[in-house]
Design a protein. Structure first.
Lengths: 484, 263
């Protein structure tokens, strides 16, 4: 990146005074967000699912898993052989369940770091909003959406069930899983009686200075209430005009489309069967795409996977589930690119934490295709037991691990980048570059610094300085390999 | 309210509500125990809270160890959840034989779904209420989102439920007003519709009843005069349904005034 204002800030007095100035809406001219186009951040949460299986922890080279990934302190391979079959594309190393992602690696960057907590509820907040509490920092999508606020759009919309925080007071939060629900939520003209505008105008004015006795009202309360009441009355006409796009994106993500993507997988029948039933995630992606293209919203958070498989099965169940999701994400990204939104839309896929080496529990899976025939191994040989039947794979359980991965998809990310690395015995480490070169002198990366740095790089119009990242995530420090 | 503070000398714990900006007022609450040297006045060692209006520096607190809470503008704005709203709305909305209007023409899974709240069970999460043990509750209390955000779902769901109740209320009360056999006492018993036209005092009475302060001298400002003017405009625009329409929207608007649901 060229010399910019935030680098100057680092060495100037302004840098040391930034913390004091950032607290309220006091933007210096150089700091003010100036949206160039409809930015949209889509955060997809992979829960506490296994990082090895879901693709958020990757080796640096094919077939070279770090020590201790499967059995503590020991060299080893995954119990599921398909996780040991890799396809490399740029810096990314995909196992067999994800190999269809290789063509889009140029738009992907994987950053690995520390989860900072082994507790679901703490790690979830850390990875979804960069803070261990729900009240101090907003979700990533909320932060981007707040800075999309313009004089023409005082209350930009974000789709999430997350709690707002004080730095995103202006955004309009909507909870909605799909287009039909979103259409319903944003319109209810029949609820009120006809001709009541004069009365509703009085109510809108009541939000200007409500004279609440017990609390200081948000400065944005009036515009928020007015925007919402107006929206509910008129609905969103942009949605009606988007019917062609909805139809096209629905077709692009349809089950028969994903079946083609999954056709080359060794375990394709099981993944395809899962994908066919997975309408919820598909519908949420369609909503996200339409909102991004119409500019109706500027962010969305989707909870895609929850897996907490202490009792076994991560190697197979999580790999299949994640594969189904990744196939839809790939098709979604293709649609985004075809619609020339690949610089505006950034997909962030994160998780609470990855999972520990194997524990003693196991869950059994018959490694057969839909017809009951044995699956084929890396050499193309049938995976059968001594009696010639498909093998029963006992997939071990995994506990919580203090590491995690975050995948970014956008045309502006470090292309095919590998930043941060989870190495031997699942130890997160910093890197000197975007190729995974270990930097033993630096601390492992944390979510606020990871996502904040990527926002600086990808959305410089919204986050022209570090100070603007700290507006939402006060502890932010830049990760140079991401912004370089 | 009492606090147990044993074996302490003259105690003065001061909680200051301060702000970074200079335009915030300073509030001081002092907990003082003048009898601490020999235990408290009632012999239990407990200390009564007393409010002292002075700031820390002049209130006799010399330990210099005040607890400061920094409050940012707007950071404390919260919204009542479905359960709390239900308590308020019970002040003005009457239940039918089957309960609230969410159950008109339907058979509820649980009878209490109809009688406890004007909100359907499926609507309550939009207003921040969760039932323990459900999937929505997820793993732990930390996952429950308090209603700290004015989401579109909140506004829409609130208005939808109020619409059901207000249409029922206005239909019934307007029928009483329009019935020539109705006595003045019957009409006076209405909570909102007292005649074909509305006046500011009626609207303020409705709001005070809703807020649970009916009959008190506590003043509230809901811009009632503007509502009266607006009602006249709406009523005049439709000679058949204008009065009904005006009262329905008045009922909904007053019931979702910021005084009702923001705290």
């Amino acid at each position: 990146m060229s010399i910019n204002r935030r680098r100057l800030l680092k060495s100037a007095i302004a840098g040391s005074s930034a913390v004091a100035l950032m607290n309220e809406s006091l933007f210096a001219t150089e700091d003010a967000p100036n949206p160039k186009s409809n930015r949209f951040l889509l955060y997809i949460h992979f829960g506490s699912s296994c990082g090895v299986a879901n693709g958020l922890l990757q080796p640096l080279a094919p077939n070279k898993w770090p020590t201790g990934f499967f059995n503590s302190g020991m060299e080893g391979q995954a119990a599921n052989p398909f996780l040991n079959m890799h396809t490399q594309s740029e810096g990314l190393v995909f196992h067999d369940y994800m190999k269809f992602l290789a063509p889009m690696a140029k738009d992907m960057c994987l950053v690995e770091g520390t989860s900072q907590s082994l507790d679901h509820n703490v790690a979830r907040l850390l990875q979804m909003r960069g803070s261990p509490t729900a009240s101090s920092s907003p979700e990533w999508a909320m932060g981007v959406t707040e800075f999309m606020r313009t004089s023409a759009n005082l209350n930009p919309m974000v789709i999430t069930a997350g709690t707002k925080t004080s730095s995103v007071a202006d955004v309009t939060a909507v909870v909605s899983p799909n287009i039909a629900n979103f259409t319903s939520i944003t319109s209810d003209p029949a609820t009120i009686a006809a001709g009541g505008d004069p009365i509703w105008n009085v109510l809108k004015n009541r939000f200007k200075n409500p004279a609440l006795s017990s609390v200081i009202a948000d400065a944005s309360l009036n515009s928020s209430a007015t925007y919402q009441l107006d929206t509910l009355k008129a609905g969103l006409p942009q949605l009606a005009k988007a019917s062609a796009d909805i139809k096209a994106l629905t077709a692009a993500l349809a089950a028969d489309s994903t079946a083609k993507v999954l056709a080359d997988l060794r375990d394709k029948d099981a993944v395809t069967a899962l994908n066919t039933r997975d309408t919820g995630f598909r519908d949420s992606l369609i909503l996200a795409g339409i909102l991004a293209k119409t500019g109706l919203a500027n962010g969305m958070t989707i909870n895609a996977i929850a897996d907490d498989l202490h009792i076994g099965g991560a190697d197979v169940a999580t790999a299949r589930s994640a594969s189904s999701k990744w196939a839809m994400i790939m098709l979604f990204w293709n649609w985004i690119t075809e619609n020339k939104l690949n610089n505006d839309v950034m997909i962030v896929i994160g998780q609470e934490f990855a999972r520990s080496p194997y524990n003693a529990a196991t869950q059994a899976f018959t490694m057969a295709n839909g017809a009951g025939q044995p699956l084929l191994d890396a050499k193309g040989a049938p995976m059968v037991d001594a009696s010639g039947k498909p093998i029963i794979l006992k997939a071990p359980g995994r506990d919580h691990s203090l590491c995690m991965g975050t995948m970014f998809i956008n045309s502006g990310v470090p292309s095919g980048g590998r930043i941060g690395f989870v190495g031997s015995n699942m130890t997160p480490q910093a890197t000197k570059d975007a190729k995974g070169t270990i930097d033993a002198t630096a601390m492992p990366y944390t979510s606020d610094n990871i996502v904040g740095s990527m926002l600086l790089r990808v959305y410089p119009d919204l986050f022209p300085t570090e100070r603007m990242v700290r507006k939402h995530w006060p502890t932010f420090k830049e990760i140079t390999p991401i912004t370089a | 309210m009492k606090l147990s503070l044993f074996r302490m000398g003259a105690i003065s714990l001061t909680i200051l509500a301060l702000s970074c900006s200079s335009n915030h007022k300073v509030q001081t609450i002092t907990i003082a125990d003048k009898n601490a040297a020999t235990g408290s006045g009632n012999g239990t060692g407990e200390v009564a809270i007393k409010t002292v209006k002075n700031i820390d520096a002049t209130s006799g607190d010399v330990d210099g160890a005040s607890l400061s809470l920094v409050v940012a503008t707007g950071s404390s704005m919260r919204f009542l959840d479905a359960r709390a709203l239900g308590v308020l709305y019970a002040n003005v909305f009457k239940k039918a034989a089957y309960g609230y209007q969410q159950c008109a023409g339907t058979t509820p899974r649980e009878a209490t779904d109809c009688t406890e709240s004007i909100f359907m069970a499926s609507e309550r999460p939009d207003l921040g209420s969760f039932d323990l043990g459900t999937a929505a509750f997820a793993r732990a209390p930390q996952n429950v989102n308090p209603t700290t955000s004015l989401t579109l779902n909140y506004t829409r769901t609130l208005r939808l439920a109020l619409s059901r109740e207000c249409r029922y209320l206005v239909t019934n009360e307007l029928a009483i007003v329009n019935n020539k056999a109705s006595t003045p006492a019957q009409i006076a018993a209405n909570v909102l519709v007292k005649s074909q036209i509305v006046d500011a005092a009626t609207l303020i009475d409705f709001e005070k009843r809703l807020l649970g302060i009916a009959g008190t001298s506590i003043p509230i400002d809901i811009d009632a005069a503007s509502y009266v003017t607006a009602f006249k405009t709406v009523a005049a625009a439709d000679k058949v349904n204008g009065v009904y329409n005006g009262y329905v929207d008045l009922c909904i608007a007053l019931s979702m005034d910021p005084l009702v649901f923001i705290y």
